[in-house]
Design a binder for this molecule. Structure first.
Ligand code: BJW
Length: 225
């Protein structure tokens, strides 16, 4: 059985990473959704760099949870027939042990040089303007897909969705496109696992509500039984 799993901020919430729409707060007085834009970066690059520096630093203080680990069990059973497509920019799927993970919105631990175009694994801060290891120019931005930019690897995702027998969406609000449309692109059965019904819940054949650390292991147990 070929399965595509889409994950959003909700799968990492119980690891201690704040979701976008549940954050209930401001970042230095700004809505996080307004900070994650090319316009915000053009207006105030320091603010945007500090936002991503803080989130990159937070990764070292959190661990993958039972939902991430359950998806590894599923990959151990299905091999290449499982693809995890994540909107998350954290590395918790990889640290749990998932191998087939595709980050459509980029990764916190990658820096992209806007001068020479090279990408570099990056674990430190960017706000202090480090030089690009390739060209030496201090113009590195977070390798993150902001609103209006094109998500990464959409051809691969589209093909996987057209070929899958089951599409499962975990911990995402269903308001950000193109991910919110994947349920319509999927050829096979569809299932949503979320704390509450998402904006697109009625588009899924089945929708289950609860915390990811309970729902995801239970769903994997059911599938592998
Ligand atoms: C739990 C839980 C627990 C909590 N257990 N669950 C008008 C109409 C349609 C589209 C558009 C439009 N105007 C503009 C657009 C396009 C735009 C868009 O979608 N805008 C909407 C806001 C309307 N999209 C884009 O611009 C995208 N690019 C694009 O479309 O290019 C064109 C193109 C597409 C395809 C092919 C070719 C061309 C780019 C989108 C970039 C999104 N970037 C961000 C920020 C960067 C990453 C980062 O900093 O982290 O990505 S925005 C933010 O939202 C982030 C997230 O990845 C993304 C989704 O958030 P997510 O994961 O849903 O998190 P939350 O917080 O919203 O929800 C958490 C959910 O979990 C909730 O439901 C909770 O209940 C649940 N939950 N705890 C289970 N314990």
């Amino acid at each position: 059985m070929r399965i595509v799993v889409l994950t959003g901020a909700g799968i990492s919430a119980e690891s201690g990473l704040t979701t976008f729409r549940d954050s209930g707060g401001l970042w230095e007085g700004h809505d996080p959704m307004q900070v994650a834009t090319p316009e915000a970066y053009a207006d105030d690059p320091g603010l945007v760099q500090r936002f991503y520096d803080a989130r990159r630093a937070a990764l070292s203080r959190v661990e993958p949870n039972a939902a991430h680990h359950a998806l590894v069990r599923l990959e151990d059973a299905l091999g290449d027939d499982l693809l995890v497509v994540t909107q998350n920019v954290d590395d918790l799927h990889e640290r749990a042990g998932s191998r087939r993970v595709h980050h459509i919105h980029g990764r916190l631990q990658s820096a992209w040089c806007t001068r020479c175009g090279e990408r570099h694994e990056w674990y430190g801060a960017l706000a202090d303007g480090p030089a690009c290891p390739s060209c030496g120019v201090a113009d590195l931005r977070p390798d993150i897909v902001w609103f209006g930019e094109i998500p990464y690897g959409m051809d691969l995702v589209e093909q996987a969705l057209e070929e899958c027998d089951l599409f499962v969406s975990i911990g995402t609000s269903g308001v950000v496109y193109p991910a919110a449309a994947f349920v319509h692109w999927a050829r096979g059965a569809t299932l949503e696992l979320n704390l509450e019904p998402s904006a697109g819940a009625t588009d899924f054949a089945e929708s289950r509500q609860g915390p990811a650390t309970r729902l995801v292991p239970a769903w994997v147990d059911e599938l592998l039984a």
